[in-house]
Design a protein around this ligand. Structure first.
Ligand code: F6R
Length: 241
């Protein structure tokens, strides 16, 4: 595990964008595993800026997103499909057919999870997986549990996650209770994993996840065992370490 200590959110975002753009420049056909949420937005913004300058080209890239809320279609303002279009896909030259997100409207859980895992396998796996860190240590929507779940699955979101995500919805009652998420094995099989974390609010969980025992109670802790994991965190997020 490697830690890149950034000064603040903007610095963290540029450092992560540097790693992502190097990946795409060196390997233009990369499969990128992508995350939503506040943490990666700055990195996406930086990549868009470099794309506008002609410094990075996403034409041959494929992407697989970590997760999607069950019940939200791609046009729903809070769906992760929409988030990705607005914050990244619509603003770079990645072909739309190369971008993949679990289908939150598919009621057939077994089919959807098997379809998504087969899709990742069919692409040859993820070359670089970008992650954020949930306030309870989740990665993707792999919530704290008694065991790690390997493949894509439907998960019931914990109260902590519902509370944290409430800020994006008008009312707490509108926050979906279930999501589809890539599993821990899907994430661990990525060739390289990069996590962005910012802010004092994440300091305690950063310490637990990366300086404590590896346990499914803190799902991100499994990343300590990944052979090519880079944590890009700002001073505040690292303040308890
Ligand atoms: C989002 C995701 C989540 C977030 C995590 C942190 O696709 O998989 O694990 O990365 O909840 O969210 P933020 O960055 O909003 O603090």
């Amino acid at each position: 595990m490697e830690i890149i200590r950034a000064r603040d959110y903007d610095h963290m975002s540029r450092q992560a964008a540097n790693i992502l753009s190097a990946q795409v420049i060196l390997h233009p056909e990369s499969v990128l595993g992508l995350a939503t949420g506040s943490s990666p937005i700055g990195a996406y913004r930086q990549l868009i800026e470099w794309y506008d300058k002609g410094d990075v080209d996403f034409r041959r890239v494929h992407t697989v997103n970590l997760d999607e809320y069950v019940g939200l279609g791609p046009e729903h303002p809070q769906s992760y499909a929409r988030f990705m279009r607005e914050n990244f896909f619509d603003r770079v030259n990645i072909p739309r057919e190369n971008t993949h997100i679990p289908d939150g409207t598919n009621p057939d859980t077994e089919y959807e999870c098997a379809r998504y895992d087969a899709l990742i396998r069919g692409l040859g796996g993820v070359d670089l997986q970008l992650l954020g860190l949930g306030p309870n240590g989740h990665i993707g929507f792999n919530e704290p549990a008694d065991c790690f779940t390997k493949g894509t699955h439907r998960v019931e979101l914990t109260e902590a996650t519902i509370r944290a995500n409430r800020r994006f919805f008008d009312d707490e009652a509108d926050v979906p209770r279930f999501a589809y998420t890539m599993g821990i094995l899907d994430i661990m099989q990525a060739q390289r994993v990069v996590m962005v974390v910012s802010g004092a609010g994440k300091a305690k969980i950063v310490h637990e996840a990366f300086f404590g025992p590896v346990t499914p109670r803190v799902p991100a802790s499994i990343l300590q065992l990944h052979r090519n994991f880079t944590l890009v965190a700002d001073e505040e997020a690292l303040s308890a370490c």
